[in-house]
Design a protein around this ligand. Structure first.
Ligand SMILES: [Zn+2]
Length: 223
């Protein structure tokens, strides 16, 4: 790292320390969330060269990890027990920290192609609920490559398992809700399961449905 870069990081950390010292919880949360956005904004214009080789990409991955891990050791974290389990597509444009402005590890994040659930994920979500999760957020998102593939006969022939999974996505979600341990907690009010669609470009969630029914009143609905 160049001397200039080290000085810039030191100055940023000093400013951050001054801003955080003495701030209340609301201010700390909002400031932390804003800094997530600032971090994305600062890195966004940096392009990777098009002719980069796979071994160069892998070297960058390890160099970035080394730098990130060496910085992180100066910022110890508190472990928070997750309260929310989110199912999110693997699309790289979606980032759950950015989506929520929350880095506190209150979220289990289950990322699958097309936000698809199989029996394995259903069991994992049930396990999370048994461990204390109070909200399951089942998302889909606009401009999803898996949904586009499912709507295209040529891609359906090429990717039969993925596209069949998209066809069965709603059925798997219904299976999850019907699992006795999940259904009982929804019934008793210990668990809310919400379906929402993420606008890929703005990151805004539009609530599609929720259980127990009626909870979504007052939330934003899609057009
Ligand atoms: Zn997707």
């Amino acid at each position: 790292m160049s001397k200039r870069a080290k000085l810039a990081i030191a100055a940023a950390l000093l400013l951050l320390g001054v801003a955080v010292l003495g701030a209340g919880e609301d201010v700390r949360f909002t400031l932390g969330g804003a800094l997530v956005d600032v971090g994305y904004f600062v890195q966004d214009p940096i392009d990777e060269p098009e002719d980069i080789t796979p071994s160069e990409v892998l070297s960058e991955v390890h160099a970035h990890n080394e730098l990130a891990a060496s910085l992180r050791q100066h910022f110890p974290r508190t472990h928070h027990h997750p309260l929310v389990a989110m199912v999110v597509c693997m699309d790289s444009r979606l980032d759950t920290n950015e989506l929520l402005g929350d880095t506190r590890q209150y979220y289990y994040v289950l990322r699958t192609a097309g936000s698809l659930l199989s029996e394995r994920e259903e069991e994992m979500l049930e396990l999370a609920v048994a461990g204390g999760v109070k909200v399951i957020l089942l998302t889909t998102h606009t401009d999803c490559a898996a949904e586009r593939a499912a709507a295209d006969p040529v891609q359906r022939a090429r990717y039969p398992h993925l596209t069949a999974g998209v066809d069965r996505r709603a059925a798997h979600r219904a299976e999850l809700l019907a699992r006795p341990a999940i259904a009982a907690r929804i019934q008793s009010g210990e668990l809310i399961v919400e379906e929402a669609r993420i606008d890929t470009h703005t990151g805004r969630l539009a609530v599609l449905s929720s259980l127990p029914r009626g909870y979504e009143e007052g939330h934003a609905h899609p057009p």
